[in-house]
Design a protein around this ligand. Sequence first.
Ligand code: C2E
Ligand code: CA
Ligand code: CA
Ligand code: CA
Length: 278
Amino acid sequence: SARSRPGRIARYQAELETGGTFAAQLVGELLGALARGEVVLHYQPQVELRSGRVLGVEALVRWEHPVHGLLVPDAFIPAAEQTGVIGPLTRYLLDLAVEQCARWRAAGLELTVAVNLSARNLLDPALLTDVRAALARHGLPATALELEITEGTVMMDPARSRQVLGALADLGITLSIDDYGTGYSSLAYLQRLPMGRLKIDRTFITDLVRDEASATIVRSTIELARHLRLEVVAEGVEDDATLRMLRDMDCFAAQGFGLGRPVPPAKLPALVLAIEAR
Ligand code: C2E
Ligand code: CA
Ligand code: CA
Ligand code: CA
């Protein structure tokens, strides 16, 4: 039942943390889950603040586990990264997201889709081929695809990252720095990469209205990003006061529970209509 889900997830998470055998077991389970279609994507709207329009969605993975219920990424992505299953998993999700986005566009919903990449994905020599293949297979223009990468991912191998990101940008894909502000890299460094967007981490947005320091950080990040020609997306917007403040700061777009929670693809068109009717 839905009520026992949090408990089950917590237990499952505790098991995962106890070590290697579960990680190894998870690999087999996850590959089976992919084949059975248990791994799905939910989509969260990204809203342009000036117009109130939904520009795109971020694809967030969920595992509809037959025993443990709906699992969030934190319950299995770390193990997938450690074991290398993140390779086939991301390839699968990339294809799924691109296919879904192409479907929406064919139905007249002009959205973009953002896919999260792990460090291992960015360093995988097959990434570029996989991305090109997914776009071609579903006839999605590269400009409709966004890839989200954290600062930490880029810093794992800056030279190689720059090379791969350059090739992806050349295709026309939008590259975003995810969780901005939680890493140690400077905007001056990130600016040397072909990034198009910067997603300010939720920790700075949560306290925006109440905390002077957060407001200063967000305001100056938006200011600096404008000079560097980066679009700023605020993550984790939960209320209207925060939304108004971001709009006053000329933030480009926002994402958060206050605008729309991640939903299964079938529920997305109605959510877009509801947001744009606000
Ligand atoms: P993220 O990329 O920073 O994604 C945003 C997370 O914040 C999502 O959690 C989303 O549900 C949540 N969120 C959105 N708005 C709000 C809000 O207003 N308040 C709060 N408290 N939370 C909000 P989720 O789906 O559990 O994903 C967690 C993380 O797992 C993601 O963080 C991302 O790092 C990773 N992840 C998700 N999907 C994928 C994937 O397909 N591949 C990889 N490699 N990682 C993924
Ligand atoms: Ca993300
Ligand atoms: Ca993020
Ligand atoms: Ca994150």
